[in-house]
Design a protein around this ligand. Structure first.
Ligand code: FES
Length: 260
């Protein structure tokens, strides 16, 4: 059950340039999140709802919740300024979860998209084959912790500073050609997820995407985060909120052009 609560910063570390790891200790009893869920963090001291920012949770352990994030814009700069011992208000856990795969599966992360997939990898006991791409090595965060959770990992960067110099979809397509039975879970930029969804559709395997969207309320009230979904039940399409009906969707139902 999600709720509004306050939490104390117990650690706030630089990870790579422009990325930080925030660890919070809730000041009350709260629900344990499931892989794929997120929280709305209040950025700044005022209660301006426009200063709430959605963050996938990265890890929940020993009663703490941590968030791996990129510093980009006013909201995340305010959060990046939080120091140990300070408190912050947040709402969560919010949204749906990744459907837990029963066997081996493929995870495809684009850079900071690993923040959403990390908890799924952790719950899957090494059953994931990870494809992880970034523009540069700087976008591949906490690689040792990530690799420890997966059966194997394929790394790519656009500039060749880590792994193979290519888009992540190149080795993914090669792997899917031989492993089209494996379901795919992906989080990253919209163009990357769309390319992953297309690659999965070509070989006929299931693909689950965790969508990002601009969010003001996080609870389905403002309709600021809608995406068009089209499936057998709604052949004409239907708008669903990323915050309440998602963020995880079956990729084959997402009308990518409808995303704001
Ligand atoms: Fe308000 Fe999703 S953020 S409906």
């Amino acid at each position: 059950m999600s709720k509004l609560f306050r939490a104390t910063v117990t650690a706030h570390l630089d990870v790579n340039t422009g990325f930080r790891l925030l660890t919070l200790q809730p000041n009350c009893l709260v629900a344990v999140p499931d892989p794929g869920q997120f929280y709305m963090l209040q950025a700044g001291a005022t209660h301006d709802p426009l200063l709430k920012r959605p963050f996938s949770y990265f890890r929940a352990e020993n009663g703490t919740i941590s968030f791996l994030y990129r510093i980009r814009g006013k909201g995340t700069r305010a959060i990046a300024a939080l120091r140990e011992g300070e408190t912050i208000s947040l709402i969560g856990p919010l949204g749906n979860t990744y459907p837990m795969p029963s066997g081996e599966f493929i995870a495809v992360a684009g850079g900071i998209g690993i923040a959403s997939l990390f908890s799924l990898l952790g719950a899957a006991d090494g059953r994931a084959v990870l494809f992880w791409g970034g523009r540069t090595a700087n976008e591949l965060l906490m690689p040792e912790a990530v690799k420890a959770l997966v059966g194997s990992a394929v790394i790519t960067t656009d500039d060749g500073t880590a792994g193979r110099k290519s888009l992540i979809t190149e080795p993914l397509k090669e792997y899917l050609a031989l492993n089209a039975h494996l379901p795919v879970y992906t989080c990253g930029s919209a163009p990357m997820m769309r390319a992953v969804a297309n690659a999965c559709a070509e070989v006929g395997t299931r693909c689950f995407v965790s969508l990002e969207a601009y969010m003001a309320c996080g609870v389905g009230a403002c309709l600021g985060c809608v995406v068009k979904i089209m499936d057998a039940d709604y052949p004409e399409g239907k708008y669903r909120s990323v915050c309440k009906d998602g963020p995880v969707f079956n990729a084959s139902t997402v009308v990518w052009e409808s995303r704001r």
